[in-house]
Design a protein around this ligand. Structure first.
Ligand SMILES: NC(=O)c1ccc[n+]([C@@H]2O[C@H](COP(=O)([O-])OP(=O)(O)OC[C@H]3O[C@@H](n4cnc5c(N)ncnc54)[C@H](OP(=O)(O)O)[C@@H]3O)[C@@H](O)[C@H]2O)c1
Length: 245
């Protein structure tokens, strides 16, 4: 019998992962300290328990694409595929990186590991043609959306239309998560809370945007609570006024 890695403590009816016509269903998934940080001031990011990682890699195997920001690539050098260490699957999602100036190193794991899995670098008009061409020679799909930073709506439209991405998982970091919330583009939030405190000068889960009041905050509806090893995982659906998203 396979061991259950997470124990469901509370659950209501789960939101189905239905994409919109023009964009994928967007899930934000991240691990935070008890005080809401993705990484400590010293760069510590080991916030997931083994059981939580199993769930995250299982989730990766179910979605069509995973997206992160360039700072996460530079800091952690993740490969963003499903790791056998946690979950065995032949299905790997496509990988998407937001990188306005194409500063991603050519030997980044997201490019070199599992070259059979598509990687998309979403950049802006600030990127040099030379670097764009170098990345394309390596088989990377480089797309230019936006003047200064990546235009998320154009990118999501592209992913839906060109690659039929129905479910996209945004794994961070804070600036990227902040941008998706600011643009009202998040449908579901999975936060794994680790029982540690990081204190000041750490990387917050939502950066680059301010929600001044309870009314201004995206409305989150708790759908499930799970215990994954030492982590408590909170699952929320995100409710927006239908006019904005
Ligand atoms: N605990 C976790 O689950 C978890 C998950 C992921 C990351 N992390 C940690 O988070 C930290 C990195 O987070 P971060 O907030 O510094 O950076 P980030 O969100 O990883 O990357 C942000 C960068 O992406 C680029 N970008 C391009 N278009 C963008 C857009 N529309 N919106 C937002 N960003 C855009 C910008 O750089 P350019 O202008 O140069 O393009 C921006 O500075 C690392 O320490 C990493 O280890 C933790």
């Amino acid at each position: 019998m396979t061991r259950m890695h997470c124990q469901v403590i509370y659950s209501t009816e789960r939101t189905p992962w239905n994409p919109k016509d023009w964009r994928p269903f967007v899930i934000v998934s991240c691990a935070i300290s008890l005080d809401g940080k993705l990484a400590s001031a010293c760069g510590e990011t080991r916030l997931s328990s083994f059981d939580d990682k199993v769930e995250v890699h299982k989730l990766r195997s179910l979605v069509d694409a995973i997206l992160v920001g360039i700072n996460t690539i530079l800091h952690d050098n993740p490969h963003l595929t499903v790791s056998e260490k946690y979950y065995k699957s032949d299905r790997h999602p496509m990988r998407v990186v937001l990188d306005s100036t194409c500063k991603i190193p050519l030997d980044a794991e997201v490019i070199t590991r599992h070259p059979e899995v598509k990687t998309i670098i979403a950049t802006s008009k600030r990127a040099s043609h030379e670097k764009i061409n170098k990345l394309r020679e390596l088989g990377v799909d480089v797309v230019v959306f936006g003047e200064n930073e990546v235009d998320l709506k154009q990118l999501l439209m592209y992913l839906r239309k060109k690659y039929d991405v129905k479910v996209l998982m945004v794994e961070g970091g804070g600036l990227v998560i902040g941008s998706f919330f600011k643009m009202a583009l998040v449908d579901y939030l999975r936060v794994s809370v680790s029982p540690v405190l990081f204190g000041d000068n750490a990387i917050s889960m939502v950066r680059g945007t301010v929600f001044c009041s309870v009314e201004d905050s995206p409305k989150l509806k708790l759908e499930a609570v799970e215990l994954c090893g030492s982590n408590i995982v909170l699952n929320f659906s995100v409710i927006y006024n239908s006019l904005v998203s």
